[in-house]
Design a binder for this molecule. Sequence first.
Ligand code: DLL
Length: 427
Amino acid sequence: MYFSAVEKMPLSELRALQNARLSALVKRVYEQVPFYREQFDRIGLLPDDIRTVDDLPKLPFTKKDDLRDNYPFGMFSEPMTNISRIHASSGTTGKPTVVGYTPNDLNVFKEVVARSLYCAGARPGMKLHNAYGYGLFTGGLGMHDGATHLGMAVIPVSGGMTERQITILQDFKPEVICCTPSYAQTLAEEMYKRGIDTETLAVKYAILGAEPWTEAIRSQVEAGLNVTATNIYGLSEIIGPGVSQEDHEEKGTGSYIWEDHFFPEVVDKDTGETLPYGQEGVLVFTTLSKEAFPLLRYWTNDICSIQYDENAKRSHIKMSAIKGRADDMLIIRGVNLFHTQVEEVIHQMDFLSPNYRLIVEKKGAMDTVRVEVETTENGLTNMDYLSQQLRGKIKDSIGLSMDIALVAPHSIPRSQGGKLSRILDKR
Ligand code: DLL
């Protein structure tokens, strides 16, 4: 059994561990990262002022711009001689965010990914079809090392070349697949098109992450690939995949954050104030054990809530599915909108597929959203009725009038392997 004692640690012990790690972390960054020393000096704090996780709100947030200002290696707290690996995430604009790992950081990375894989249903001896991209992106190598650590056989397929992916799924018979949810949709559809009976495959678990997704996509992927699909979350700045993971037997109740390594807070996106458990805001992390690239109160920009679950197998806190990134939030005629909200409404309707995109345009002084969504084959004869229904449901649940354009199956661009953008902003 791969299930570390720390995953069930009573909360008081977990807090003591977090506090001890935090004190050591704060001292180290004060001494070794000029950015943090200047920040402490500016607000008149000493490392000793941060003794417990409850002291964290005394500190300012670290934001993406701070990382950009210190590009490429200015935030590293170890000399290059102690760095074993460098990854980078591209983002949409400007220079990439560069992160580094010491040998010990790589040990933590593979440990949290191994925990995540186990939590998702993977077991030693199973084969992992790893369709996350290998390279600077943390997904491929991160999942790879964690799976090896767990005792799995890794098939390092990487993203793209769907034809080959299908052959491998058929012939190598992996029990577990990991990829982005949008690429899992692509794979499910392509299998269907080819008339492949998923009963002939061995795959049982899909571990999906790196972009927001909802129950709509879970239903499609679970049915289309004949798997149990769970959510894996993470970001390069904090470590990569494996910051949190949903348990395959606790689906829909949130993903465990591996709190012994990553301390979470959820804060108000406008005031920065720490919010009570259960309230939605921006997720902020402090890396309790990182050596090369430690971060205090890193503003992820991801919107979710966190809460303990007393009925759960593990003691660690859970986070809800990410609704979207604060910087991807659309503000349409004064209403805040995430594309996942539209995805949820689509899910409530029969004859629509979760292949959609939102097209945002300016018409005169007004911002408008057009929802382009594919019907299923069965929906083709009912397009007018379905449009009306969808328009009404969106208006009722989101409070916005949107134009609806129902389109035929397979007319919206698919994920070719990586993250898929579902918003086309033409403003
Ligand atoms: O996407 C790491 C990763 C790889 C996670 C594989 C899961 C699986 P970045 O490229 O740095 O790292 O992008 C991080 O992706 O801040 C979120 O906005 C988004 N993201 C990651 N996982 C999820 C998820 C990897 N499960 C950014 N749900 C994060 C929603 C996610 N968004």
